[in-house]
Unconditional design. Structure first.
Length: 202
């Protein structure tokens, strides 16, 4: 999915990191901790799939659905956020990770790497990437909580992230009703309706 944000929003990107403003990593980590709550923070998962320095104004934002794979040897969200805040995150999951161990996941990794090169040749690591839901699960039907409940819990952190990055384009992917693509599609449609019918908006 390719969603373009308002031009006036994108034009303000340079003001995001003005002197005196909060460190973007600390700002996002704080928002994520508040949004998730203690119980979810103790589950395995990931916030960014890109590296900490990608939390900066940029043209593109990559949005997947949720971290996959098993929990063995994986950080809790609490640990992941501490690493992010300290700038010691291990790397870019799409470029560096070697544990995409199924044919489908390897295809996805290859596709996203190609997209990163297409949108930012030579600057692939600067593209901010995350998942709609931060909690890890092998498949979506193995999520401990209902999909939309987790989306609602994570979205406030995404709002902070989007305010930091202020992308011109959001690339959201996934299949079916329970995906980042579907969520952003419906969110864009709702925004268009509110703008076209302001007198009907709540």
């Amino acid at each position: 999915m390719n969603m373009r944000t308002d031009n006036n929003v994108a034009s303000q990107a340079a003001t995001t990191t003005q002197r005196g403003s909060p460190d973007p990593r600390a700002r996002f980590a704080s928002a994520a901790r508040t949004a998730l709550g203690e119980e979810r923070l103790n589950r395995t998962g990931a916030t960014l799939y890109s590296q900490p320095f990608s939390l900066a104004p940029g043209d593109v934002y990559i949005l997947g659905t949720n971290p996959g794979g098993n929990d063995i040897g994986k950080d809790t969200l609490k640990t992941a956020l501490t690493r992010l805040e300290q700038g010691t995150d291990a790397g870019n999951d799409y470029i560096d990770a070697a544990d995409w161990d199924t044919h489908q996941s390897k295809q996805l990794q290859s596709t996203v790497k190609a997209l990163l090169h297409l949108f930012a040749p030579g600057r692939e690591r600067n593209v901010c990437a995350a998942n709609l839901i931060f909690v890890r699960s092998g498949t979506l039907d193995r999520l401990i909580e209902p999909f939309w409940q987790l989306v609602d819990a994570c979205w406030p952190a995404h709002e902070v992230l989007l305010d930091i990055v202020r992308p011109k384009t959001i690339v959201a992917y996934g299949n079916g009703d329970y995906s980042a693509y579907c969520y952003m599609l419906h969110r864009c449609k709702a925004t268009v309706v509110r703008r076209e019918n302001p007198e009907k908006s709540g």
